[in-house]
Design a protein. Structure first.
Length: 203
């Protein structure tokens, strides 16, 4: 599991963690556990049996999705206060153990499947790079461009795609330094897809 202290995003990278959280009850509990709670306080808030809440909290803590904040002495027992280790979660495709989407399995670079597989590879590689950067005490260098473009026709889109590829290629030719021994190697990706302007619930 890779957690970012800056963005509070947790990348789930093992089957056990993914299996533990992919349950409707536990997903709801994770949302609530952004703020510290004990099984008792959370059970009261949700109006659920404390035993039920306690069972699921222990499972989430066991796989590292919850962390202990403090222990409070309550009469003859100890109340454990827990908190979610992140605010948002992404499942690393690597956790799918050999059935994850990869760009090498998709031939058509203009297909949605290729874009999804590149995105999946990006999540996997960033998870590894984040671990490496954290271990070295360094900040991971990244750059994200997120914008919109409205095109009038498929022909215009094809023309835009061709010019985009050419422009990126020219920038790479300009700044790519094959001779530098100390230079850092970066992966450059670009994705263009139709923006969602209407959800199924709106139709």
């Amino acid at each position: 599991m890779v957690a970012s202290s800056e963005e509070t995003i947790c990348v789930i990278d093992c089957v056990e963690q993914a299996s533990a959280m992919m349950d409707e009850t536990r997903l709801l509990l994770l949302k609530e556990m952004v703020e510290p709670h004990s099984a008792t306080t959370l059970a009261k808030k949700l109006d659920w049996p404390r035993q039920r809440v306690n069972y699921h909290l222990r499972e989430l803590e066991r796989v590292g999705l919850l962390e202990l904040v403090e222990e409070r002495k309550r009469r003859n027992c100890t109340e454990r206060v827990l908190k979610a280790t992140a605010r948002s979660y992404v499942i690393n495709p690597e956790a799918l153990v050999g059935i994850e989407a990869t760009p090498e399995t998709v031939q058509d670079r203009f297909s949605w499947a290729y874009l999804v597989s590149v995105a999946a590879r990006t999540i996997k590689e960033l998870a590894h790079l984040r671990k490496r950067a954290d271990k070295a005490g360094q900040k991971l260098a990244t750059l994200t461009t997120d914008t919109h473009i409205r095109v009038a026709s498929p022909a215009k889109f094809e023309a835009f795609a061709a010019e985009l590829v050419q422009a990126v290629g020219e920038l790479i030719d300009k700044y790519n330094d094959h001779k530098s021994r100390d230079g850092r190697l970066f992966r450059v990706i670009g994705g263009v897809y139709q923006a969602i302007t209407k959800h199924e619930s709106d139709s």
